[in-house]
Design a protein around this ligand. Sequence first.
Ligand code: GDG
Length: 470
Amino acid sequence: MEGAERRLVFVSNRVGPLSDEGKAGGLAVGLADALRRRGGLWFGWSGESSEAGLAGDLKVETHGNTELVTLDMTVEEAEGFYLHYANRTLWPLLHYRLDIAEFDRQSDRTYRAVNRSFAERLHPLLGGQDLVWVHDYHFFYLGAELRERGHKGPLGFFLHIPFCPPEILGALPASLDLVSAMLAYDLVGFQTDTDRRNFVSFCVEELEGEELDGGRLRVGERVIRAATFPIGIDAEGFAEFATSEEAREHEKMVLGMAGGRAQIVGVDRMDYSKGIIQRFRGFEQLLEDYPQTQGSVRFLQVAPVSRGELEAYADLRTELEQIAGNINGRFATLDWTPMQIMTRGFTRRALAGIYRAARVCMVTPLRDGMNLVAKEFVAAQDPQDPGVLILSRFAGARAELSAALIVNPYSSDDVSRALHYALEMPLEERQRRYHLMRQKVFENTAARWCDGFLEAMEECARQSRADSEE
Ligand code: GDG
């Protein structure tokens, strides 16, 4: 059990919270759990800007055996690194949106410089035995920067969002540098086999890499492991939320608004990758193709504004509000408004109540790493009278939740047919599908995902020690 002695070090753009006041998402819950159990350090951006930025003082919060350490950025650092390169270049590109990805030299430079500065500040805090686990597309270069500073211990990286095929990634001017930098990690984790395959293909096609057995990959002198670790949620915890008093109040409110009509729900950060526009079109098509649904359904879309400083996101908001307005204008009667969009956020307990009030939940991203909403919806259902999940074939969650109604989100016909089928679905079929999905959601939890990744890292560490002793 030598591995159990190793300290955990997590690096992610945003850090915490460690305690769960009903606000934290699945990821934070999973990571915080592991930190509480084993102790360690969680390192990242404070979310604030200051004049000194990454050169400024470390902010340290100690909670028992765990430290949260954060740094500010300057306004320029935050803009170039986070808003521009991470969210205007990498996010759209990795979500297969070459049409809106923006490439500029300056933000590429800032992104690399910020990764370098994070490595510079983190390196003195590290011991060679630490298990260092870096999260997501903000930190592709961090591992390589740590290696340059002499860090020899095990480094893991997990990508929460999709990894696009080489034909798309190749458009990124820095694609070779970026993927080469990923090889500094010993373990690279993805949400789905497709993402993993895309990464391996890039290494093979562009970097003369070679796939070995056991998920290993050789590129030049380096041998790393690339594997799939589908993320989960704290299913028990979320199911408890769904029967809390706050949830019940919200469930009642939603059902009251529905007034006996079938409630359809969508919950997403307002992001173009989530396919909300296409979902609205599908709902409109339902009202058109199945006129009996007019007056008998109600659609609530919860879409808290996210990255609102970026034009693509501001435009999306305007467009969604327009489409919702048009649908309501076209179909509403004196006593029925077909749909409602809300851009304010809810607590997680309230959200659980909203899921529970839903007869149908639409999760229709155009591309999504996993999609935790799909899993939360399942966890929140009443097993006696569960709602139906409509799930995009392009969500990572599709691999586990194949008992959902799987749709092509680009096809309004497909979405409208699935909605109609869901609304008509007999209780027995709802229960059968729900139980299959429930099993997956309660089995592959956030804690299990986290432990699985850490175990694989321990294995990599043992392997590399064995190799260096040979
Ligand atoms: C990335 C990947 C991957 C939404 N509205 C409210 C609220 N939410 C919460 C949901 C859910 C979370 O936000 C969204 O998670 P997703 O997984 O759906 O999507 P991303 O934010 O894009 O996350 C994704 C994930 O990383 C983890 O690896 O699954 O594919 O894109 O938890 O419930 N939470 C609260 N109020 C809201 O109004 N409190």
